[in-house]
Design a protein around this ligand. Structure first.
Ligand SMILES: Cc1cc2nc3c(=O)[nH]c(=O)nc-3n(C[C@H](O)[C@H](O)[C@H](O)COP(=O)(O)O)c2cc1C
Length: 217
């Protein structure tokens, strides 16, 4: 598959089969992700790969924390979003709703609890940034995540970025023995899709370039 097809076909998967992913395959994905560019080639990303019983323990802890604190998936904006962005969120929600109606679950329950459970994926990759870096280096982590999801797709794996875990960073750090000087930024669920699950029929829309590009000539 060429790169354009990989980009077009990739989407976030929100119901995985429990089939394990061979360690060598995860390493291949991470080696490709680590080819991402970074400022001054500092490669600031640090991966913690969580599988097996440890993955299940992490999910149980996150679910418990979610049920106590009820911090849900949200864009984390600091003031109300301009209409165009808010509308995109609503469009995605509307597109996903019929799939969730089919299984009788509301958005918040399925997405927040599902995110805590990495949607059943056998592999969770947690990405950290040393706190000696400035926030500008979050750009590098995001870029690496972008490489990761595409590299995974190239290798026959599917993903869902999970940002929600950053809201439960204390629990994540405690469970995974992540040192105090590392910030939990984001994670990715990695595995094989359960194509029989209605949620995986959902493909998120994209607005046209006219809504996001300004040419100055
Ligand atoms: C930084 C980041 C954090 C995200 N966090 C979550 C999350 O916690 N839970 C979730 O279900 N999806 C999460 N997503 C997936 C987005 O919702 C998804 O990428 C977006 O709706 C576009 O859909 P697509 O990936 O299928 O193209 C996250 C994506 C990014 C880039």
């Amino acid at each position: 598959m060429d790169l354009a097809d990989i980009i077009k076909e990739r989407k976030s998967i929100r119901a995985f089969k429990s089939d394990p992913v061979p360690r060598q395959k995860v390493e291949e994905v991470l080696a490709l992700a680590a080819r991402a560019p970074s400022a001054i080639n500092l490669q600031p990303w640090e991966f913690t790969v969580v599988v097996g019983e440890e993955r299940d323990r992490l999910s149980r802890r996150l679910l418990k924390a979610y049920r106590e604190k009820r911090i849900s998936c949200s864009p984390g904006n600091v003031k109300p979003l301009p209409g165009v962005f808010a509308a995109r969120g609503v469009a995605s929600f509307k597109g996903m709703k019929p799939c969730l109606d089919e299984i009788g679950l509301d958005f918040d329950t399925y997405i927040s609890e599902g995110s805590c459970n990495f949607y059943g994926a056998p592999v969770a990759v947690v990405m950290c940034l040393d706190n000696s870096f400035s926030h500008a280096r979050l750009v590098d982590i995001g870029l690496c995540l972008g490489y990761l999801v595409l590299a995974a797709h190239h290798l026959g794996l599917w993903t869902c970025p999970i940002g929600l875990i950053a809201d439960y960073k204390d629990e994540v750090k405690e469970m995974l023995n992540i040192p105090d000087d590392k910030d939990v930024v984001v994670s990715a669920a990695l595995g094989y899709p359960d194509w029989g699950h209605p949620i995986n029929r959902f493909t998120s829309p994209r607005d046209g370039l006219d809504t996001m590009v300004r040419w100055i000539e």
